[in-house]
Design a protein around this ligand. Sequence first.
Ligand SMILES: C[S@@+](CC[C@H](N)C(=O)[O-])C[C@H]1O[C@@H](n2cnc3c(N)ncnc32)[C@H](O)[C@@H]1O
Length: 216
Amino acid sequence: MRVFFRLQNVFMLRDTSTMSDEQTIAVYNDKVNDYREMTKELKEGEALEQFMAAIPTKGLVLDLGCGPGNSSALLQKFGFSVDPVDASTEMVNIANAHFPIDARLATFDDINASEHYDGVWANFSLLHAERQEFSTILTFIFAAIKSGGALHLGMKTGEGAHRDELGRFYTFYTRSELTHCLESVGFQILSTRTGADKGLAGTVDPWVTILSRKPL
Ligand SMILES: C[S@@+](CC[C@H](N)C(=O)[O-])C[C@H]1O[C@@H](n2cnc3c(N)ncnc32)[C@H](O)[C@@H]1O
């Protein structure tokens, strides 16, 4: 489907044919309990603290690809309003079963708000988007954030794209590719963090988180 949307008073044509990988979503539906078990410790961590400090108290946050809802639960605990969305029905169900956060089923394609959110928390979800869709999704996110609002982006780093052992599709980027993509759509980089952690597939993978701001 093609729709028009407005970005900084310019009307643009948007192709909303699917940006979701069905096999990836099926894996998350299937492994929802394993994923929750792996991530069930509720702890804010430095990235969430920096994100919360970058947006207004009680601001509205889109938790894009919210998974089991931990980040939304923490944001809510600290007084923020949350809009947690995920493409996996089972993730939405488990999030709502454990937290009163009103998670809902939605995909990257569904971001069509304009100057609506104080922040977008996209923690290790956009790594499942195809490379050719990434800048378009960032453009939708940019439009959805209020001027002065912030975006947290968590991604695994590397090169190319492939499925992991579980069948999840990943696109990998270097840190500089990601900062370039963000700056190209208009975000200003505030800070970056890097590390490596073991994920659901059992491999230890390097990651980067980037906090950026939509200029006033
Ligand atoms: C690695 S998990 C991250 C979950 C959560 N953000 C966290 O930090 O624990 C990736 C999440 O992205 C969701 N996802 C994958 N493709 C998506 C899409 N096209 N639209 C929305 N969510 C998607 C998956 O269902 C999964 O819950």
